[in-house]
Design a protein around this ligand. Structure first.
Ligand SMILES: Cc1cc2nc3c(=O)[nH]c(=O)nc-3n(C[C@H](O)[C@H](O)[C@H](O)COP(=O)(O)OP(=O)(O)OC[C@H]3O[C@@H](n4cnc5c(N)ncnc54)[C@H](O)[C@@H]3O)c2cc1C
Length: 212
């Protein structure tokens, strides 16, 4: 079976929709969406005011779409976000996890890292063995969904996750924070880095408005 060991989770920004101007125009719908030079010069002030006063619905008009590869604790943290977040995950019910993707805590070394490696490898071995053993007895479907009980918490899965800007800000506030677990904090930080590095910086003023 293929083994894929990673030091950390990974993020890829698949795509995005919207911009600072889209947020501003959404707010200006209440008067006029027409853009003038004068209004364009006021976008940063407007976005700061919307962000600070909690008028956050205009920020729902943008989308940020990521593909992530995450351990099970981070998987659960992501699923906790219910509003304005759309998630699809790789399924161990529908397919055999042929590739044993796993991560090691970056701050572990020495004997405990070796113990975790042995434990993970044993779990993966038992997963594949149980799958083969139970397939003719329980059927392939039930064998797949139950053999995964051998998978360890550092096993990684792929998830496709899309936020609107409002829910992304909420996620950043909770997860890109010292209170959050290191793995999800680093994931949130990398998501923000990738958004900050989109060519042309379409969300520059929104990022500033929320102080991110
Ligand atoms: C540091 C930290 C520790 C945590 N520890 C635990 C833990 O020990 N156990 C655990 O189970 N979870 C834990 N969580 C998860 C946490 O309880 C939330 O489930 C998670 O952060 C998602 O936050 P949210 O509900 O604000 O986000 P979303 O579900 O995306 O909701 C966004 C916002 O919409 C509003 N909203 C959503 N649903 C409702 C509703 N039903 N009624 C009213 N308003 C609503 C709220 O304003 C909410 O902030 C922890 C989170 C953090 C950041």
């Amino acid at each position: 079976m293929a083994i894929n060991e990673n030091m950390s989770n990974s993020v890829e920004l698949l795509g995005h929709y919207g911009s600072d101007t889209v947020h501003a125009q959404s707010a200006w719908t209440s008067t006029s969406r027409d853009l003038t030079e004068d209004k364009l010069a006021r976008v940063d002030k407007l976005l700061k005011m919307l962000a600070s006063e909690g008028h956050h619905t205009p920020f729902e008009k943008s989308g940020l779409h990521f593909l992530v590869n995450v351990d099970q604790a981070t998987h659960i943290h992501l699923l906790k976000h219910r509003v304005g977040v759309s998630i699809n995950g790789e399924s161990a019910r529908y397919k055999e996890l042929k590739e044993d993707k796993m991560m090691w805590p970056a701050d572990w070394s020495g004997v405990w890292k070796d113990k975790l490696r042995m434990y993970t490898e044993e779990g993966n071995k038992l997963y594949h063995e149980a799958l083969e053993y139970f397939s003719p007895i329980l059927g392939r479907k039930r064998a797949k969904e139950s053999a995964r009980f051998f998978k360890t918490f550092n096993s990684q899965i792929s998830m496709d996750i899309m936020f609107n800007w409002r829910s992304f800000y909420h996620f950043q506030k909770l997860r890109n924070s010292p209170d959050a677990q290191k793995e999800v904090r680093e994931l949130a930080e990398e998501m923000l880095n990738q958004v900050k590095n989109i060519e042309g910086n379409p969300f520059e003023k929104t990022i500033k408005a929320f102080g991110l």
